[in-house]
Write a protein that binds this ligand. Structure first.
Ligand code: C2E
Ligand code: MG
Ligand code: MG
Ligand code: MG
Length: 271
């Protein structure tokens, strides 16, 4: 009996694995269609300065409007795009679309685009960025790319060269989700980042975790001497905002200031 149960469980497990693989393949095919069928859309979330809550820029965040499944969030499709190589197409779409969008704005706000570490494996990354800037006519200083620490981890020399080429175009470089993963302060010596974004988990925890607050303090303290701007992400309450200002954060992003919105709604919110 036990043996039979065991085998059953094993079969269930295999079936479940098949299901996972099958649904991945379905998503992969759907994602191919999404790119050509204009189902991918960038939403824009404001980034404000601390003094007068002026919007100094927007982060472009991708959304997938699936014809049947509805709204799909990036954490549910970016990993699949990365596994299947579709990330290069997706990434180029984000860069071109965000630059075009920002070039149409009245003001001089910047636009931030997330880059997957895998995009650094493609030798054409720099020319894709160049192409997006040229096609849109956007001043390069208004484009910011956000990378994560993992870009500095593997093949770091090649990737740092790529970052230097992007920098040479006049693009701003931000280190995203700082404090998570392998996080080492020594990364900050390997490249002159314009900005560091403190991961929202620290902002979320800072109210009741002394450790979270201590890490925020270490990051802001160091940034002062390195002359790097610090963005706090995931700011949801005015208490967090006040405390983060006190600690020396200079830029803020979070639901307190605005959620990611499609560009049509972004304009409505401004008027
Ligand atoms: P991220 O770059 O760290 O972006 C910030 C995430 O925090 C976004 O999630 C944003 O909607 C969310 N957020 C902002 N303010 C708040 C807040 O006050 N509270 C809470 N709970 N969340 C807040 P989203 O849009 O789901 O994106 C998740 C991640 O997916 C991004 O994290 C980024 O790593 C990735 N991603 C999004 N768009 C792209 C893209 O175009 N290309 C690539 N490669 N990755 C992308
Ligand atoms: Mg980001
Ligand atoms: Mg982030
Ligand atoms: Mg994050």
């Amino acid at each position: 009996e036990a043996k039979r149960n065991g085998r059953n469980r094993h079969e269930h497990f295999t079936l479940a694995m098949d299901d996972v693989a099958r649904s991945r393949r379905v998503i992969e095919n759907d994602l191919r269609e999404a790119i050509s069928g204009r189902q991918l859309k960038l939403y824009y979330q404001p980034i404000t300065n601390g003094d007068n809550k002026t919007i100094i820029g927007y982060e472009a965040l991708m959304r997938w409007h699936h014809p049947i499944k509805g709204l799909i969030m990036p954490n549910d499709f970016i990993p699949i795009a990365e596994e299947t190589g579709l990330i290069h197409m997706l990434g180029a779409f984000a860069l071109y679309d965000a630059c075009r969008e920002a070039a149409s704005w009245e003001g001089e706000q910047s636009v931030s685009v997330n880059l997957s570490p895998l995009q650094f494996k493609n030798s054409s990354l720099v020319s894709v960025v160049e192409g997006a800037l040229q096609e849109s006519g956007l001043n390069p200083s208004r484009l910011e790319v956000e990378i994560t620490e993992s870009v500095l981890l593997d093949d770091s020399l090649g990737n740092i060269r790529t970052l230097e080429s992007l920098k040479a175009l006049g693009v701003q470089i931000a280190l995203d989700d700082f404090g998570t993963g392998y996080s080492s302060l020594s990364y900050l010596r390997s490249f002159p980042f314009d900005k560091i974004k403190i991961d929202k988990s620290f902002i979320n925890d800072m109210g009741d975790s002394r450790e979270a607050l201590a890490i925020i303090r270490a990051i802001t303290g160091m940034s002062r001497s390195l002359d790097i701007q610090i963005t706090a992400e995931g700011v949801e309450s005015s208490e967090q905002f006040a405390k983060l200002r006190e600690e020396g954060c200079t830029l803020f992003q979070g639901y307190l200031f605005g959620r990611p919105q499609p560009s049509e709604l972004r304009l409505k919110a401004l008027s």
